[in-house]
Design a binder for this molecule. Sequence first.
Ligand SMILES: *Cc1c(COP(=O)(O)O)cnc(C)c1O
Length: 413
Amino acid sequence: MRPRLWHPFTQLRGFAPLGRVVAAEGAHLELADGRRVVDGISSWWVNLHGHARPELAAAIAAQAKRLDQVILADFEHPAALALTAALTPLLPAPLAHVFFSDDGSTAVEVALKMAWQHQRSRDPKRQRLVALQGGYHGDTLGAMSVGDRDVFTAAFAGMLIDVELLPFDGEAAAAALRARGDDVVAIILEPMVQCAGGMRLMPAAGLAAIAAAARDVGALVIADEVAVGMGRTGRLWAGAHAGLAPDLMCVSKGITGGTLPLGLTLASEAIYASFLGEDKRSAFLHGHSYTGNPLACAAAVASLALVAAEETPARFAAYEGVYRRWFHRLESHPRLRDPRALGGIFAVDVVGGGGYLDPIGRQLQAEALARGLYIRPLGSVVYLMPPACLSLDDLDGVLQTLWETLCAVLGAP
Ligand SMILES: *Cc1c(COP(=O)(O)O)cnc(C)c1O
């Protein structure tokens, strides 16, 4: 009998896993049957520098021997302090304070709750959370509520909070925000690229227009950099493309280099200050058992050192040039449309695709895997988000494999 593993995001009837991964190194996953495949999606966008980096393993091991875990409510510890010190100079203004949690979803929950409590303590008529259509912010209830209403949220419709979803168009969303006026608590968005929603790019000017409108109506801006942060778009933070100055920012996936779960919510001085008061009622009464876990903090400190030493954002920026050299060929295929890239993120749509449930994604996945490349299309949206350790020649080889995969499934152009 198979072990009773319950896989995420998976219909388990008739399901068989693609394989058993027993090791990973650099950009490669190693399967039990000896196959080696390129991890084309950085193991769900978390792996930043490639797998099994000795620097990260050493940092985690050293920390585990010294201090494994301690409660952060009453104590501080060197790893959390080191991460806070390493991170704060890298933050866009006006962010200044670091709150720890466990993953991207909790980083988002924390941001939503901070925004809510901060705003309502000053102006109780603010009671509306706003987000963008097509967004994805995680799978806990608050995070789901600010995401698009789709196949992922349908089963939980009655459990979600009511959120206004604005069009995924900078000017239109800005206008809608101004029209809504002064009851908005905050707008949450993924700067520059909606990732799970189909790798959709928003021009920097659109993002800037939304931020300006939010300022004007007194709504906070929450930048969800969980997927696009840590250099993925060619800048350390995706919001930098648009000069974004968020009030709150969520960071997770790449922060530990893809080794351990960790979520961070960064807050401005103004938000932090509004939680100061005479007793616990005005404090932020939120935390998790593993808040500020020393192992994860140590991994993040070591990963940030690699980001600086290896200029990870610049490496991803160079990926974009390789992707762009393939655009012409991809556009020549009658069944492909809209090749696009920003930094290390590449995507192309299969024409006539039926969205996330389109079975073409599974076909392409199987065909790519047979050629030594692991991908996980979002239905008819085929994308790459590999770790930063590939040489540009190797990345070009990945695109060659992807192209052969597309032609094998969709027919030659
Ligand atoms: C993945 C993701 C999340 C949720 O992060 P988890 O670690 O999976 O909980 C939130 N926001 C964005 C933009 C994401 O891509």
